[in-house]
Design a protein. Structure first.
Length: 105
């Protein structure tokens, strides 16, 4: 049973935190660790570019996007399919407009 006095608690596999900076760090980690290198690069770079400026609602929307399978996200990014209505929001539009640029090595 979760201790209600603790600031962080597990709900399913998602850990909630009242601190937006901690939440941003967790979302950044999740964006960089998707399972495929392509998704890591696109979503991780997108998160680095945008998370700092996101408000709580945008963080919620980005977190919901992270729940989508990579194949579905790639269909949206490559314009093979349109995002469903529940994903028709500012964060999805930012992601679809984002252009990944490799970092110099």
């Amino acid at each position: 049973m979760a201790d209600a006095a603790k600031p962080d608690r597990y709900i399913g596999v998602v850990m909630l935190s009242p601190d937006p900076d901690i939440r941003r760090k967790r979302l950044l980690y999740r964006a960089w660790h998707r399972g495929t290198r392509e998704a890591d690069l696109i979503l991780g770079s997108f998160a680095e570019a945008h998370l700092a400026g996101f408000d709580a609602m945008q963080l919620d929307r980005f977190e919901a996007l992270l729940e989508c399978p990579d194949a579905e996200l790639f269909d949206w990014i490559n314009v093979r399919a349109l995002p469903p209505p529940e994903y028709d929001h500012d964060v999805t539009r930012l992601l679809l407009a984002f252009r990944y640029t490799p970092r110099p090595t």
